[in-house]
Write a protein that binds this ligand. Structure first.
Ligand SMILES: [Zn+2]
Length: 281
């Protein structure tokens, strides 16, 4: 289990499940002759991905960033997405010695199934929140778009499950950028969805940033290597480059939501390019 000691806080990588998506879709305009060298596809043209959830431990809060696809996927989904049943968010929390009931805040980048569904588990009569005592924070625009099914992909959102969660936990809706807890702020990135958000966490001398789908893996650091899933591709293109330049200039630690092999990196400029380097504190 990877963890970062940030002085007065700790960040813990919680693997929330491994899966596979079509490599062509993950890299949009980029020809397979290029992306196939950077991310080797399997026989179905899919590449390896992980749901990397993040636990932030402070003296007053236990915060979870994103919840992964959870444990309720159908056999068909498991086959289609190559979910191997290895890591679960619940298992990762247990390994970190944290009870789900102790999580105080769950902050979600957006509500696509591979970020939201881990919030709910099978209960005796209906789905139950895995984090019953946590405030669940999301952008109001994302919530409304999810309920209205405003998406380029039919299967991305689960409106019924959003209603189920809303009946059982306290929700906090953000309208744009804002503070979620001491040291933790949300910032709207757009791009992937209209109000997709990332998170910035300041602790000690360190800044840890979770940009979500703005840069899902290290391979997406290249300017034009963006997902065909993005609803607003030009926003992704421009805002990602701005984010990367600032992350490199400020020395931020950047946590990747879907990188299968690295929970976080620093970004450094190498000639014309920006590249990821291992984090050494
Ligand atoms: Zn995702």
């Amino acid at each position: 289990m990877h963890a970062l000691d940030l002085g007065d806080a700790e960040a813990v990588h919680l693997p929330g499940g491994d899966f596979r998506l079509d490599g062509g879709t993950m890299f949009g305009l980029v020809p397979k002759a290029l992306w196939g060298r950077a991310a080797a596809p399997d026989a179905h043209n899919r590449i390896r991905l992980s749901c990397n959830c993040l636990l932030l431990k402070t003296s007053r809060d236990l915060v979870l960033l994103d919840a992964g696809f959870g444990e309720r996927c159908s056999r068909r989904e498991r086959a289609m997405y190559g979910m191997d049943g290895g890591h679960t968010l619940r298992g990762s929390l247990a390994a970190a010695g944290v009870a789900p009931e102790d999580i105080t805040l769950v902050a979600l980048t957006h509500l696509h199934f591979d970020h939201f569904c881990g919030c709910l588990v099978e209960g005796p009569t209906e789905l139950a929140p895995l984090f019953p005592n946590a405030i669940h924070a999301v952008q109001r625009g994302e919530w409304n778009d999810a309920l209205a099914g405003r998406s380029t992909m039919r299967s991305s959102y689960r409106p019924e499950e959003l209603h189920t969660l809303a009946r059982q936990v306290e929700l906090r809706f953000l309208d744009g950028d804002g503070e979620l807890a001491p040291g933790l702020t949300a910032f709207v990135t757009g791009g992937h969805t209209r109000t997709h958000q990332g998170f910035r966490f300041e602790a000690g001398d360190h800044t840890l940033v979770y940009p979500g789908e703005l840069i899902p893996t290290r391979t997406h650091l290249r300017p034009y290597w963006n997902m065909a899933y993005d609803m607003f591709p030009y926003q992704t293109l421009t805002r990602k480059q701005h984010f990367i330049a600032e992350a490199a200039a400020q020395g931020w630690i950047v946590a990747w939501d879907h990188d299968p092999d690295a929970p976080w990196s620093r970004i450094v400029q190498d000639g014309e390019h920006f590249v990821a380097r291992d984090v050494e504190l």
